[in-house]
Design a protein around this ligand. Structure first.
Ligand SMILES: [Zn+2]
Length: 284
């Protein structure tokens, strides 16, 4: 699933192609993707609007048009093709612009979502955006995180993935942020100190910034035939490195499950108090 840096990369790539494009026609092949209105409303409202900007909040893309907004979430496999796509069964939505170029949304898993809102409403006050917590970049230190989590008896990694607490972090970067902060992903949130929350936000910003910078090179080298999905190779220390030696201490990285999510950590660098859930099932 694309996380904040990948969606940022998609946003920057899209901006190169769709800014000031007037939508001539919208083709929707899979109406269930439209989350908050019927397909006829979506199509008629968007026709003849111009895309003025593309923004991002958490993992959501926001197309700012002259009279309304499109919100798009790529979920697992969603990607865009600008003017390069031969339509197939995974093409679910196509914007046709006045210059006859197209922006096609392709999604093998069909999990992606679209929303349309007119501009009488403030976008950040509407679902799904109003349910999002702050992004790490909006925070100076860990006090917001501490305030949100310090009463919760849940593993810290689970809360890092909760978009209503922090927006934009998914499974890969959650593991990486825990590792860089030297905090066990299983550590119960109510045992996190303010200092540890500071460290976590500092590392989150550092890791996401590095990934965005790396994604920037993807924007420059974007190849249209692969679709705009924001994927790029970033240097990972724990994610996907099960059984390989830790870059810091050489202990083998462990992979296990935490709330059904594959979780990677170094048992030496990330020591933490055991987390016990309600069923008394203990982790680590
Ligand atoms: Zn280690």
């Amino acid at each position: 699933m694309p996380e904040l840096p990948e969606v940022e990369t998609v946003k920057e790539t899209l901006k190169r192609y769709v800014l000031n494009q007037r939508i001539e026609k919208v083709i929707v092949r899979y109406p269930k993707m439209i989350e908050n209105c019927d397909v006829v409303t979506f199509i008629t409202q968007l026709s003849f609007q111009t895309i003025l900007d593309v923004q991002r909040k958490g993992k959501f893309l926001i197309f700012i048009c002259d009279r309304g907004y499109i919100i798009s979430h790529l979920r697992m496999e969603g990607k865009y093709y600008y003017n390069s796509h031969t339509e197939d069964k995974h093409t679910h939505l196509i914007f046709v612009f006045h210059d006859h170029t197209t922006l096609a949304y392709h999604d093998v898993r069909k999990f992606g979502k679209f929303y349309y809102f007119d501009q009488t409403q403030k976008i950040e006050q509407l679902p799904p955006l109003n349910r999002l917590g702050k992004e790490p970049f909006e925070l100076l230190d860990g006090s917001y995180l501490y305030q949100k989590i310090h009463l919760l008896k849940k593993p810290i990694k689970t809360l890092l993935l909760d978009q209503s607490i922090l927006a934009g972090i998914g499974n890969i970067y959650a593991d990486e942020i825990c590792f860089a902060s030297k905090i066990s992903p299983f550590k119960s949130a109510n045992q996190m100190t303010k200092k540890e929350c500071n460290r976590m936000i500092e590392q989150a910003k550092k890791i996401l910034t590095e990934a965005i910078q790396l994604g920037g090179s993807t924007v420059r080298s974007y190849q249209s035939e692969h679709g705009i999905n924001g994927k790029f190779q970033t240097k990972l220390h724990v994610y996907g490195r099960e059984g390989l030696p830790c870059d810091i201490c050489q202990t083998n990285i462990i992979k296990t499950k935490l709330n059904q999510r594959g979780t990677h950590y170094c048992p030496h660098c990330q020591k933490g108090k055991k987390y016990v859930n309600r069923n008394n099932r203990s982790y680590r």
